[in-house]
Write a protein that binds this ligand. Structure first.
Ligand code: ATP
Ligand code: MG
Length: 218
């Protein structure tokens, strides 16, 4: 069984997340992608909706999708939500599964700031996906991944469809350009503060949830 792990704050979930998860699931022929909202993100403190609301919004967004599955695993773990702990717990739960940790270029570049980054990069294989505003070429700044500038540029320009490299930890990383969806949760929260429309950036059920629960007002 091949399982994708897609974590995030999902504050709130939007079509950029959903399309990315679906795209990777299909391209890597994953049996499932576990969507894991961070219950207590160690690095984000500002403007975070309560975990229960972020979880409920994901539940609405994923209703009816069979292969993207919402996971409440971090709700059962105490303290700060560290990705290392989450993945180790999953590996105990699904002993025969092959895991792939999916994240955007921006998130991968942030890993040096996470809890025990060396342990994390040795724990599982990765898929790094493109995201508007970031280039694969930016990955040259990462201490965990060494890839030639030429191939990174080819991924950015669309000349190469995907590329596999090895991390310093010997784990596999797939660099995977996906069709761009230029949406971020930060931008959605900003629109809401200004009283602007967020229609068509996220599922309509999530939009209604935000409005009826008066989230992201200020
Ligand atoms: P925020 O602006 O609050 O940081 P976000 O939109 O970046 O929110 P996160 O919950 O931080 O969403 O991201 C979770 C994961 O989804 C990360 O790996 C991130 O790179 C990826 N991701 C988010 N939005 C997109 C997008 N539009 N396209 C591709 N990947 C995305
Ligand atoms: Mg983010």
């Amino acid at each position: 069984m091949k399982i994708g792990i897609f974590g995030g704050t999902f504050n709130p979930v939007h079509y950029g997340h959903l399309r990315a998860a679906e795209e990777v699931r299909e391209r890597l022929a994953l049996d499932t992608v576990l969507i894991i909202p961070s219950r207590n993100p160690p690095l984000k403190t500002k403007d975070i909706a309560p975990a229960k609301h972020r979880y409920e919004m994901l539940k609405l967004a994923l209703r009816g999708s069979k292969q993207l599955n919402l996971s409440d695993i971090e709700f059962g773990l105490k303290g700060k939500s560290y990705t290392v702990r989450t993945i180790e717990t999953l590996q105990l739960q699904y002993r025969n599964a092959e895991f792939c940790f999916i994240l955007g270029i921006d998130a991968f570049l942030d890993i040096p700031n996470w809890w025990h980054p060396e342990r994390l990069t040795a724990l599982t294989d990765f898929a790094i996906i493109s995201r508007p505003g970031y280039l694969f070429e930016d990955l040259r700044e990462s201490p965990y991944l060494r890839a030639g500038r030429g191939i990174l540029k080819e991924l950015d320009s669309g000349k190469t469809g995907h590329h596999r490299v090895e991390l310093a930890s010997k784990r596999d990383v797939l660099l995977l350009p996906i069709p761009p969806v230029g949406i971020s949760s930060t931008e959605i929260r900003r629109l809401l503060w200004r009283g602007r429309s967020i229609k068509f950036l996220l599922p309509p059920e999530v939009e209604s949830y935000i409005i009826s629960n008066k989230l992201y007002k200020n």
